[in-house]
Design a protein around this ligand. Sequence first.
Ligand SMILES: Cc1cc2nc3c(=O)[nH]c(=O)nc-3n(C[C@H](O)[C@H](O)[C@H](O)COP(=O)(O)O)c2cc1C
Length: 234
Amino acid sequence: MRMFSCEISESSGGRTELGAANARMAFANFCAPHTAHARAPAAWQRKDRLTEISGPRAAQQPDLRPHQVELICMDDLKTALRSFAKSVTVISCAHSGERFAMTATAVSEVCLEPPTMLVCINKSASIAAPLIDESRFAINVLDRSQQQISEDCSGRRSGDDRFADQDWTSDHLDTPYLQNSQATIFCRVARTLEYGTHFVVFGEVQGVRANDRPTPLIYIDRRYLDASLDTTVP
Ligand SMILES: Cc1cc2nc3c(=O)[nH]c(=O)nc-3n(C[C@H](O)[C@H](O)[C@H](O)COP(=O)(O)O)c2cc1C
């Protein structure tokens, strides 16, 4: 069994506090028809949680705490989220001689001073603990020709099989990256927040490789799209 040293004790405490009764209520609400008035708010709808697991404590940054959320229709939210056109990336890292990779679209620039990126990683993903522990990772922005790699790294393959494509190589610090990606941004974990089901990882940019003619692979409405820059809105 692999051991990772990231500290997540506060979040486990949070889950305990929610309790089995609330978990059951949340599950029942999720399964019930989407008539908001008929449902009691699920635990997460009444109280969101934010736990910082590295750096200054979240409690000292009240502006980071989310407001209480209103009852929402999850189907409507999922429909809204499907309309985001996202560049597909694969996040990659190495830990104790093992390589990890995961397709991700919840990726964003944060600021240029200091140069910082942000990635949202489900806590259950195999890359989550090693990435936080290792602290170095790469954001590979996929080219439109790399849909297969996206599919490999989002569940079709697992473990080191995700690195079957010839395009994978490693930098001088052993961080795996894709040579023919649109761009690769090498980061060091600067801060990690734990929010709901995800880790929100802030990465300080350490290096960049970029293709100056972007032909990215786009994900929208649960489909891959080849977004050619030849077609622009007049
Ligand atoms: C287009 C696309 C985008 C995704 N974006 C994310 C993301 O931003 N964060 C995340 O945690 N999972 C995301 N996923 C899901 C993971 O890639 C998928 O669950 C993966 O299998 C998790 O890794 P594991 O199998 O090693 O646990 C995305 C999947 C796809 C197909």
